[in-house]
Design a binder for this molecule. Structure first.
Ligand code: SAH
Length: 221
């Protein structure tokens, strides 16, 4: 029994190192981001049958018609969110899903606020973070399109579901100099976008084609 556990640990350590090498090859340069991903046990965020594939650079199903994002996309979005800063104070994430992106953020941000609309996903993530004793992640079961007004402002907002129109409330809750990162566009033609708030203006940049599940309004219990 013990041998099996340590063997699995050994295998995932090597698989994880390979994943970090892949992320570097694909252009991720921020060492803090790579470190946070190396510190995040992605196998904890996928179901039993997919654990052997947890360190592949692929999105995987997590049930409820949702997916855990591809590690490269998690790394890229986190890198964009941080910009030149090494640490952020408060980040709002829309779409907790498996909690993997949340976990990566929790290592780089003082407080992570995350909202999930699907009840069972919200409860599973909440249970996991509480069991792990992680105390800088705050979760909410709600429709994230309204943001989290009582916790504003956020120096980063990350949306992990795609929408042609980023909800106005999310821009309103961004602090001066803050960055919002989101997959923007209709189904089948989404691009990763960043919006940086400078005074009353927003600097918009669009790069990388991505495929995300859609941002949906309302909650599921
Ligand atoms: N970062 C997550 C991605 C999960 S997929 C991960 O890597 O696991 C996107 C998630 O966004 C899904 O769990 C979906 O239920 C959630 N979602 C979609 N629309 C939402 C909304 N309006 N409010 C909150 N969560 C939403």
């Amino acid at each position: 029994m013990t041998a099996t556990i340590s063997q699995t640990g050994f295998i995932s350590k090597r698989a994880k190192q390979r994943l970090i090498d892949t992320l570097r090859q694909k252009g991720i340069q921020n060492e803090a981001v790579l470190g946070a991903i190396a510190d995040s046990p992605r196998h904890d965020f996928v179901e039993e049958a997919l654990k052997s594939r947890a360190y592949e650079d692929k999105a995987l199903p997590i049930g409820y018609r949702q997916t855990i994002s591809q590690p490269y996309v998690v790394a890229l979005m986190t890198e964009q969110l941080l910009g030149k800063q090494s640490r952020l104070r408060a980040v709002l994430e829309i779409g907790t899903g498996s909690g993997f992106q949340t976990s990566v953020l929790s290592k780089l941000v003082d407080r992570v606020y995350t909202i999930e609309r699907v009840g069972p996903l919200f409860r599973r993530a909440r249970k996991y973070f509480s069991e792990q004793g992680i105390d800088n992640i705050f979760l909410r079961h709600a429709d994230g399109t309204a943001g989290w007004p009582t916790r504003r402002p956020f120096d980063g907002v990350i949306v992990t579901a795609a929408t042609p129109q980023i909800p106005q409330a999310l821009f309103a809750q961004l602090s001066e100099g803050g960055t919002l990162v989101a997959p923007e566009g209709a189904e089948g033609k989404q691009k990763l976008s960043t919006w940086k708030k400078i005074g009353r203006q927003f600097q918009h940049q669009s790069f990388e084609d991505v495929t995300f599940v859609p941002l949906v309004t309302g909650v599921e219990h």
